[in-house]
Every structure is written in structure tokens, then in C-alpha cells.
Design a protein around this ligand. Structure first.
Ligand code: ZN
Length: 283
């Protein structure tokens, strides 16, 4: 996997992550489709009509030590992707985008989990892959990686934060955050998303082709009224990213830059609208 420094092909997307087998920008959603505001600004007699604000959820999948620098580190274990690169991307999202809901999931396995090479536990349903021991409950490997912002309320006081643990049963593999257990609530993740009236779901983290993709897949199945997006540059995989893997499950693709740009554009528009209201009142 090469990382291109040539930004000229990418328009305004200066993401550091540029898979080379295809032109990523061909697959990315337009900024309009991810605007935080649903309606066009409408000013009548100096008064701005009430706008419909889209409610956003961010699901951060498994940004844990073992996937970044531990037993399953994606920077050397498989194909040379560097999992640590998701940390600044995710932190920028948490600083600049006011999500209504931020969900952190993590693998939280018993020591003899059926997905480990070393385990003799028979899985309840067949599993396709066995892995090195990883993310064992209450160990360093299962902790969120150092440097990842885990208190989003510091930047966004209105955010609701949830933590999910998954893969806790020794005889069950569990890739999707939707199949895990929420620490702070007895509800399921899709019940929370419905109750919080979320309009658009953004998914990022590790690994793109397993837990991120399965989380996106469940988001499409359990939350069909919401749109689901994968944040390509805030995710890293076991195998190189390919758009078809998300297209085939109806998941849209964007970058952190586009999402942050849409928020900033809206803020600039709001300021201009405010000044036009002031100007109208002055007249
Ligand atoms: Zn696992």
C-alpha cells in the first residue's frame, strides 16, 4: 500500500490516505449530501426560518492497543497499513464536528475466546478466521490506544457518549458494534440510534474489512431509515481498502476532510445569514 503525496488528483481532499488502485475521489459523496442542515436557509422579512438540523452519530470501532501496536497491529501484521494513522483523523472529527452521539466499541475477549488460534473452544456458529490472541479483557491490549480522544464532551458538551464491549462470550465471534453490549445502557445500539433520532451514521476505526464493515452492514440492516457512511481515511484494514466492499452493502464513502468542510461551510453560511439579518434590520 503506497501513500501518495500528490494531492492534485484529489481536489480539496488532502487526506493522507490514498489507495492507489482506484481514484478514491470518484467514490466519495458530495459535501451537500452530508450537510449538517437539511433545508436551504430561508430568510423572510429579516427572520430566518427554523432549519432542520441533521442528527449525527459517530461509531469508532476497536481503536485498541492490540490492533495498533500489539499482537494484531495492522502496521506490520498483514499488509503494511498503519493503524496509528486513524488516531489524528478521528481526533480531528471529535474536535471539529458536533456529533449528537459518539460510540466507542472494543473487543473484550475472554482468554480462551474461540477466535484465537490457541483456543480449543468450539464456536457456536462456524467462524471463517482464527487470529492471534488479542484484546483480552482487562489487559493493555484491550485498552483504547494512547492519544485517542475518549472524552468527546470536552469539545462538544451536548454529545452523548456510549461504550460497547463485544466478543465477550467464549464461543461466539463478534465483529459488529451493533452485536456488543452497551456499558451505560440496557438498550441495543440500534434502539439508542432510533431514540436519539439520528439521521446519519458515520463509522470509522479498525479493521476496515472486518469490524468496520460488519458494523456498517448492521447499521444498514438495523437502521434502514438512516444513511450510513464509512470514513475511509479514519479506518485501516487487514487487506487494502476497496470501495466495492462498501458499495455492495449500500454504504456511502466520505473522508474526514469532507465532513469537516461541510460543517465549516455551514458555519460560514450561518454567519453570512446572521449578518444579512442585521443588515435588514438596519434598513
Ligand atoms: Zn476479536
Amino acid at each position: 500500500m503506497e501513500k501518495s503525496n500528490d494531492q492534485s488528483q484529489n481536489g480539496n481532499d488532502n487526506e493522507c490516505y490514498q489507495p492507489t488502485e482506484f481514484k478514491l475521489s470518484d467514490y466519495l459523496e458530495d459535501i451537500d449530501s452530508i450537510s449538517p442542515i437539511l433545508d436551504k436557509p430561508n430568510i423572510t422579512n429579516g427572520h430566518q426560518a427554523k432549519q432542520t438540523v441533521r442528527r449525527w452519530a459517530l461509531i469508532i470501532v476497536d481503536v485498541q492497543n492490540d490492533f495498533v501496536e500489539g499482537s494484531m497491529a495492522l502496521n506490520h501484521f498483514f499488509n503494511g497499513e498503519d493503524a496509528a494513522e486513524v488516531i489524528p483523523a478521528i481526533n480531528r472529527l471529535l474536535k471539529y464536528v458536533e456529533f449528537d452521539l459518539v460510540v466507542y466499541s472494543r473487543d473484550w475477549h475472554p482468554i480462551d475466546h474461540c477466535s484465537f488460534h490457541s483456543s480449543s473452544v468450539q464456536p457456536k456458529t462456524p467462524i471463517t478466521h482464527k487470529w492471534p490472541e488479542h484484546c483480552i479483557e482487562n489487559t493493555w491490549g484491550a485498552q483504547y490506544v494512547d492519544g485517542l480522544i475518549t472524552d468527546p464532551g470536552k469539545f462538544n458538551p451536548n454529545v452523548k457518549k456510549l461504550s460497547i464491549q463485544k466478543g465477550m462470550k467464549r464461543d461466539e465471534e463478534c465483529f459488529s458494534a451493533f452485536r456488543g453490549q452497551i456499558i451505560e445502557s440496557t438498550q441495543t445500539l440500534h434502539e439508542v440510534i432510533k431514540n436519539e433520532k439520528i439521521d446519519q451514521i458515520f463509522v470509522c476505526g479498525l479493521a476496515t474489512d472486518y469490524c468496520v464493515r460488519e458494523t456498517c452492514h448492521d447499521a444498514k440492516n438495523f437502521c434502514p431509515r438512516q444513511e450510513t457512511f464509512v470514513l475511509v481515511d479514519a479506518s485501516r484494514g487487514v487487506k487494502p481498502f476497496h470501495p466495492s466492499k462498501f458499495q455492495e452493502i449500500g454504504v456511502k464513502m466520505i473522508t474526514t476532510d469532507r465532513l469537516i468542510q461541510s460543517v465549516l461551510i455551514h458555519k460560514v453560511k450561518s454567519l453570512k445569514n446572521d449578518s444579512s439579518i442585521i443588515n435588514n434590520n438596519d434598513n
